[in-house]
Ligand binder design. Sequence first.
Ligand code: FAD
Length: 459
Amino acid sequence: MKTIACDVAIIGAGSAGLAAHRAAVGAEAKTILIEAGPGGTTCARVGCMPSKLLLAAARGARDMRAAAAFGVHGKPRIDGRAVMARVQSERDHFVAAVLKDVAAIPAREKISGHARFTGPTTLTVDDRSLVEARAIVIASGARPAVPPELAQACGERVLTHETVFDLADLPSSLAVIGAGPLGLELAIAFARLGVVTSVFDPKHAVGGTRDPKVRAKVRETLGREIDFHVGVSIQAERNRAGDVAVRWTDETGQKGRRLYQYVLDAAGRPPALDNLDLNMAGLDLDPHGVPLFDPETMRCGKSAVFIAGDADNARPVLHEAARQGALAGTNAAGYPKIERRPRGVDLAVVFTDPDIAFVGEPFDPDKNSERAIGCSDSDGRARVDGRDAGVLRAWAQRADSVIVGGELFGPDVEHLAQLLAWVIQLKMTVSAVLDLPFYHPTMEESLRTCLRDLRGKLG
Ligand SMILES: Cc1cc2nc3c(=O)[nH]c(=O)nc-3n(C[C@H](O)[C@H](O)[C@H](O)COP(=O)(O)OP(=O)(O)OC[C@H]3O[C@@H](n4cnc5c(N)ncnc54)[C@H](O)[C@@H]3O)c2cc1C
C-alpha cells in the first residue's frame, strides 16, 4: 500500500470539502482531497441547482395559468421531455463548472477513492493508499436513506433526489414521501408541471415550519395545488402493472389508497458517516452517530479532526457548507492553533413560491413571554401581482427590542429573509430597522408592516 504524508486530508470534494481545500492550500498546508464518487457536488449535480431548474419550469406553467386573472388567456402545453432535457443540460453546465475547478487542482493534491479512518489521523483510500495527516476534515455530506422495505416493495419505481432529475420525461403521477423542504419543493414543481402529486408524512411540520400560523398558511396555500396527507402512516407496494399502490391511514383511522407511477423518497438525508469507520478515529459521537464538534471551530472534541457541511447534521444548506468548510480547512491547516469564528445567523429558504424561510432563532412557544411577535398577512404589491401575500412573522426580545428571528411564507420571501438575516446579525432593534428606507410598492413593505406590528407589541 502506498503511503502519503500530508498536513491536511479532506474526505469529500463537495462544497464543504472544496472550500476546506481552498482554505488549507491558501494557508500553505500540504493538502490531499479525497473523493469517492464522480464529484461535481451535491448542490450542482443532484441538489440545489437541478431542483431550482425544475422549479423554474414549474413557475413558467404556474404563471401562464395565473395570467387568466389579468385577462390574459392561454393554456400551458407542457412538453415533459423538453422540461427534463433543460433541467439536465443546465445541471450539466453547473456540474462541468465544478469539475473544471477540480481539474485545475494539481494531481498530487487529490485522490479518487473511498476514505476510511484507520486511526485518529490516518486513512486508507480504497485499501490502496494510506494517508497520514496532521489533521483531517470530514466533509462527506449526506445521502438519501431509502427504507429497505420501501426499496424491496417498489424496486426501481422508488426515486430519490439522486435519480429523479435523470428521468427522460415527467412522470404521470408521483407519491412524495416526506413533507420537509426537499419533498415540498419537488412536489410543488411536479404538481405545477401537470404531474398528479401527493405528499405523505407521518408528522405535520410541512416544509419544516414551526410557527403554527405559518404552518397553517403553508398547508392552506400549497394544499390548493398538492394533495397533502400529513399525520399518516403509509405502506407502498407494486401491483401487477408495475405501478405503486400507496395505502395510508390517518390519525383518526381513516384509510386511503391510490396508484402512482413513482414514489419519491424525500424523507431525510442522514450524514454520510456510516462507512468511514469513525470508531477508529476515537471521536465522541452523538446519539445519531455524528461526531460532537464545536460549531465555532468545527473541531471534533479535542482531536485533530474537523467536520463541515451536511456531514455534521447542522444547518444542511449550501452557504453553511462553504462557510464551515473554509473554517475547518483553516483550522486543520493551522492545527494545533485553532481560530474561533462566530456561527452567524441561521438562514434557510424553501423555494415553493410562495417561499418559506427561516431566519435566526426558531419559533419557540416556551419563549413567548420573553419575546414579542409581529405579523403581516397582506401586501399591496402581492395583490397587484395577483399573488397570495402569505404570512410573515418576526420576533424580538422584549428586554431590548432587538430582532432575533422570523418565519416567513410569501412571494419572494427569499429576499426578505436575506434582509432579515442581515439585520439580525447586525443586532438591530425594530425601530432602527423601521428607520431604513422601504421602496413602494415592493414586497419589502410587507416586512415593514410586520415590524410595525412587532413594534406595537413591544409597547
Ligand atoms: C434536492 C436538494 C435541494 C437543495 N436545495 C438547496 C438550496 O436551494 N439551497 C441551499 O442552500 N441548499 C440546498 N440543498 C442543500 C445543499 O445542497 C447541501 O447543503 C450541500 O450541497 C452540502 O455540501 P457538502 O459538501 O456537505 O456535501 P456534498 O456536496 O454531498 O459532498 C460530499 C462529498 O463527499 C464524498 N464522500 C462521501 N463519503 C466519502 C468517503 N468515505 N470518501 C471519499 N469521499 C466521500 C461524496 O461522494 C460527495 O462528493 C439542497 C439539497 C438537496 C438534496
